[in-house]
Design a protein. Structure first.
Length: 390
């Protein structure tokens, strides 16, 4: 166990019908006027918008709406939000949605207090030192953006999907009401489960330490829980217990607790997938369902013992040989992705082999920025070839 400092300042308000507390919590911790950020407008249809607005009215909180955030949010849109926030002289940002909406809200909050082009922070030229306060009503369990200090945005001009991280980007509070996820499209709910699992796998396999019983046991248990609960959601989307389990598990998967004491983690699977979603607008979780098995297959020999350990604990395998256990575990994970309707090959999302070089070139920019020296153009292309193999 390596030395670490662990601090999450975000207050989590978890439970059924907690959405109606949003107004008083904003009034208490943020202010009187907020930018209300959301996506396509589905929150009007499922009742979430009405519950939030009624709560804001009761608490005397005013709001300015900023809608239209899409999956794989883009830089031009968040810049519009920064301009609107500044023009209206607001106190904070309220995000109603999943990771895309929350990441957009974080970027707007940072840009509102940053002099210059916020993209400079994404490319490492500048750092974020402050941000307007952020609140969240979560509607999609996946990214843990509701409880971490990171945001991911795509610059659609150069197709670069990059991230920013700063303690200033932790939401002040996040409301996790499982009922708010009932109406989420089932395919995106499953993509969210895959995303959460991928966060756990990145921390499990890409750390500087091998034997970490607490962290490994925690990650293995969370993966098993997500799989079992997602199976229930796939059959019964309005199962409260399963929705609640996945909502909290996804939050824990990427708030830093599972990698505390590991010496840090790299994110090669996300590095490659970011190029898929930046270039082709593939849903993030769908892209990960393709890349994760391919990455595991690529690393089978170098990480055989660790993949076998994961496979035995997650899938309860009684296979003594490490290589056989690792192979079986990868196969079971890939088959599970397929069973919940996720793509597992690049062809499934209509990406041809002829474009692997372009994807790898795009991903290499991220690899260099993230300091991942082992991932050359050739290595990334080899993983993509595995992701395309029948």
């Amino acid at each position: 166990m390596k030395d670490f400092t662990f601090c999450i300042p975000t207050k989590i308000i978890f439970g059924q019908d907690k959405t109606i507390t949003i107004g008083k919590n904003i009034k208490k911790s943020i202010g009187d006027r907020v930018l209300l950020v959301y996506g396509s407008g589905s929150i009007h249809e499922n009742g979430i918008y009405e519950r939030v607005i009624n709560s804001l009215k009761e608490a005397g909180v005013e709001w300015v709406e900023f809608k239209g955030i899409r999956s794989n949010p883009v830089l031009s849109k968040v810049k519009e939000g920064i301009e609107l926030f500044t023009k209206e002289n607001l106190d904070g940002v309220l995000a109603i949605g999943g990771g895309s909406v929350i990441d957009s809200a974080k970027t707007i909050a940072a840009g509102a207090q940053f002099e210059g082009d916020i993209w400079d922070c994404f490319i490492g030229k500048q750092t974020i030192k402050s941000a307007a306060p952020i609140a969240v009503v979560l509607t999609m369990a996946a990214t843990a953006s509701e409880m971490n200090p990171t945001a991911v945005i795509t610059n659609e001009v150069n197709q670069a999907k990059l991230s920013i991280t700063s303690p200033a980007l932790y939401p002040k509070f996040s409301i996790l009401d499982p009922i708010n996820t009932f109406s989420a499209p089932i395919n995106y709910s499953m993509y969210g489960a895959v995303d959460a699992i991928s966060h756990l796998l990145e921390g499990y396999f890409n750390t500087n330490a091998f034997q970490l019983p607490i962290q490994h046991t925690m990650s293995e248990g969370l993966v098993r829980n997500i799989i079992s609960s997602a199976n229930v959601i796939y059959r019964r989307p309005d199962d409260y217990k399963a929705r609640a389990e996945v909502m909290w598990a996804a939050c824990l998967a990427f708030n830093g607790i599972t990698i505390a004491g590991t010496g840090g983690s790299t994110y090669p699977m996300h590095m490659i997938e970011h190029s898929l979603s930046a270039i082709y607008d593939v849903p993030h979780g769908a892209g990960l369902a393709i890349i994760v098995p391919a990455w595991l297959k690529f690393n089978l020999n170098s990480m055989c013992e660790k993949i076998a350990q994961f496979s035995r604990y997650v899938f309860i395998l009684n296979i003594e040989d490490d290589y056989d256990a690792a192979i079986e575990g990868i196969e079971r994970l890939e088959q599970w992705f397929k069973s919940i309707g996720c793509p597992v090959r690049l062809q499934d999302v209509h990406i041809p082999v002829t474009e692997h070089e372009m994807i790898a070139t795009n991903a290499l920019v991220i690899a260099k920025q993230w300091g991942m020296k082992n991932y050359s153009q050739e290595v990334i292309e080899r993983i993509l070839m595995i992701a395309a193999a029948e």
